[in-house]
Design a protein around this ligand. Sequence first.
Ligand code: GRF
Length: 214
Amino acid sequence: MVCRIVVLISGSGSNLQALIDKLDRQYGEIVAVLSNRPDAYGLERARRAGINTLVLDHKDYADRESFERAMIARLDEVAPDLLILAGFMRILTTEFVSHFQGRLLNIHPSLLPKYKGLHTHKRALEAGDSEHGATVHFVTEELDGGPLVVQARVPVIPGDTPESLAERVQHQEHVLYPLTMNLFASGRLRLIDGRACLDNKPLGASGIEPERID
Ligand code: GRF
C-alpha cells in the first residue's frame, strides 16, 4: 500500500520541492499540501506538481484550538499516513500532536537539542560554534524536542552571516528530509513506544548512522 503523505507549509517551500522531486513513488504519494498562509509560495510549487492544496488561514479562527480542530478535520478527510512539517510556522498543541502521534515529522535548522525555537543560525554564530546543522525528528508535545531521526552537520566558516549559514544548512535539509520521508514511506522508519526505530531497532542519541541506510 502506498503511504499517503501530507506536507504542511507556511512559506517558500524549498523543502517541499525537495520532497516532491525526490519522493520514491514506489512507496509514497504526496496527496495534499496544507498551508496556513494563502500567499505561501510553496502552494504554487504544489500546484505546479499537480498536488491538491488546502489553505486554512489561522487568522480566520478565534484561537489556536479552533484552528487546530479545523485542521484535524480537514486532514482526517485526506487520511494521511504521514504528516511532514516543512517550515510550518505554527506551534501545535498536545491535541494535534497526540492525534497524529507517530505520523508527524519535523525538520529543525539546528543540531538539536541545541537552539530550539527561532533564529537558530544567528544564535549559532553568536555562540561562536564551529559547526551547525539540521535535525529531523518525530514530533511530540515538547517543542522541537521529539525523538531524533537524523542530523546533518555543516561547518561554520569565518565571515558567515545568518543568511550564508542558513543556505548551507538548507542544502543539507533538502537531502535529509526526502531521505527520511522515503524511509518512513517504505515502512523502515517508525515511532515505537516513543522511540524512533529503523528496521525495528531503536536509533541512538545521534539518530540514523549513514552506514545503516542502504
Ligand atoms: C527550513 O529552514 C526548516 O528547517 C524550518 O523552516 C524552513 C523552511 O524553509 N523548519 P522552506 O519553506 O522549506 O524553504
